[in-house]
Design a protein around this ligand. Structure first.
Ligand SMILES: *Cc1c(COP(=O)(O)O)cnc(C)c1O
Length: 367
């Protein structure tokens, strides 16, 4: 029985009637830009998180870019982030003419190591961008403590972690700004690109609202230089249908993670993901470490079992960042994770029988 990495059609089947009606309504009204669906989604995310202002934008990448821009990050500034993340986190920093500065990760939970951050702070440091990787919050208290000690901004990259919590507080409310992605495979996914900025600061919210609309608060009156980063009404209509289901889907992911953990407890060579104490992990990805990872990946694929390597090359070793002068040993835990991690099938509709197939293939690899 083949097991896909993710099956978006299975989710669609669960809510097809609601989605089809919401999409049909957008076509009926032909209101594709702005409008009630965008307002409803922004208010829905604000209500879901309990605090902060939400501003819908065109993608998670734009959410990062516009947040950093609103914070005033630009040429000459340094921004400390993790080298073990999707490229967009560091790409947004570099695209603003600022310098990404990479702090190594914690080997147990793959998120930025707060103890690696302070030594990297210079007079040019402007912000810290922790990433809530795979659906688990970075260790925010020590990060925020360093930020307040040196007067730095903090932006949470919560693209993979909507619904996650750190000591009971939701991701996206743990720092002054946060970026969400609605890329189709994310825990709350649209039918294309989409994103959201969340901020606890009304002035920053106002700046992001201006930046996403060419800097115009009033049509054709431009107070700052912005861009076009609208979220489509069609995406918002779909996301409004999905948002009320998010907690249920995340609960299903957690149950699957618990089942994998139970099965992997029998296999000492497999290191399952660690949920840091006080965290509520939403398993955007279920990522194990194991010996001979590439061979494991090849065997799973040969057996029709989806798997993926997030991420095969750490950002400090990417060709486009060679000018920064990093060596592999500068972020040794990130480099090691790149060699050992394997993401397994994980989505709300995954069944225990399918998970058994995955575990059987891993056992076959280790035999
Ligand atoms: C998906 C993702 C992004 C970018 O989001 P897009 O909507 O694809 O632009 C940024 N950071 C992380 C960690 C992501 O996983």
């Amino acid at each position: 029985m083949p097991v896909p990495m993710i099956d978006l059609r299975a989710q669609y089947r669960r809510i097809k009637t609601e989605i089809d009606a919401a999409v049909a309504e957008v076509f009926e009204t032909q209101g594709f830009v702005g409008g009630i669906n965008i307002d409803r989604l922004e208010k829905g995310i604000e209500a879901y998180l309990g605090v902060g202002c939400a501003i819908a934008v065109a993608s998670g990448t734009d959410a990062l870019l516009l947040s950093l821009k609103a914070m005033g990050v630009g040429p000459g500034d340094e921004v400390i982030t993790t080298p073990f993340t999707f490229f967009a986190t560091a790409g947004a920093i570099a695209n603003l003419g600022a310098k990404p500065v990479f702090a190594d990760i914690r080997p147990d939970c793959f998120t930025i190591d707060p103890d690696a951050i302070e030594a990297l702070v210079t007079p040019q440091t402007k912000a810290i961008v922790p990433v809530h990787l795979y659906g688990q919050c970075a260790d925010m208290d020590p990060i925020n403590a360093i930020a307040s000690k040196y007067g730095l901004a903090v932006l949470e990259d919560a693209a993979q972690a909507l619904g996650a919590r750190d000591k009971g507080r939701p991701a996206c409310t743990l720092a002054p700004m946060a970026a969400i992605s609605f890329y189709p495979t994310k825990n709350l996914g649209g039918a294309g690109d989409g994103g959201m900025v969340v901020t606890q600061d009304a002035a920053l919210a106002q700046r992001v609202r201006l930046l996403r609309a060419h800097g115009a608060g009033t049509t054709y009156i431009h107070t700052i230089v912005g861009t076009n980063s609208r979220l489509d009404a069609l995406q918002a209509a779909l996301l409004n249908v999905k948002l009320p289901h998010l907690d249920q889907w995340n609960a299903e992911r957690r149950a699957q993670a618990a089942y994998y953990a139970e099965r992997f407890a029998e296999i000492p060579e497999v290191i399952p993901p660690v949920e840091r104490a006080g965290n509520f992990h939403v398993y955007h990805q279920y990522v194990i470490r194991l010996p001979h990872r590439d061979a494991a990946r090849d065997l799973l694929r040969a057996r029709g079992i989806g798997c993926a390597v997030f991420y095969p090359l750490a950002l400090h070793m990417q060709e486009c960042f060679r000018y920064l002068g990093y060596e592999e040993k500068d972020c040794t835990h990130a480099a090691q994770a790149c060699r050992e991690v394997l993401a397994l099938p994980m989505y709300p509709e995954l069944t225990p029988d399918q998970q058994d197939e995955v575990v059987a293939a891993i056992k076959e690899h280790l035999a």
